[in-house]
Design a protein around this ligand. Structure first.
Ligand code: FES
Length: 119
């Protein structure tokens, strides 16, 4: 079951900002694009770097540690690490590409609510 929790007010989050919030003890990353806010996991699926320290260009979030890139709209992997060639092949066998978890967001007036399932 998913429960929606208010995490901030829309005017409080700047365009392109990456903001870490906690919902029931779980860290969630918020990113605003226009009138929409996207919510993903904070930890990189590669080696758990803090993605709130990454960079956002358009909808693409880049990990600060090894440069993996994820689309914040659905979490899909755009690039798995910044390695290449044989090193990437071995690294991908050790830790196969995994999408970034995403959470549904509702905007109610200027309230931003994130749906996080009970685990
Ligand atoms: S920890 Fe994010 S790419 Fe390695």
């Amino acid at each position: 079951m998913t429960e929606y929790t208010e995490v901030c007010r829309l005017p409080d989050i700047r365009e392109g900002e990456l903001r870490k919030v906690a919902v029931r003890g779980r860290d969630i990353l918020l990113a605003r694009r226009g009138d929409r806010v996207y919510a993903t996991g904070v930890l990189c699926p590669h080696l758990r770097a803090d993605l709130s320290e990454g960079t956002l260009q358009g909808y693409i979030l880049t990990c600060p540690l090894h440069g993996s890139r994820f689309d914040i709209r659905d979490g899909h992997v755009v690039r798995w690490t910044n390695l290449s060639g044989t090193i990437l092949e071995y690294a991908s066998r050790a830790i196969p590409p995994r999408p970034l978890p995403c959470f549904p967001v509702r905007i109610d007036g200027d309230r931003v609510l994130v749906g996080v399932p009970w685990s």
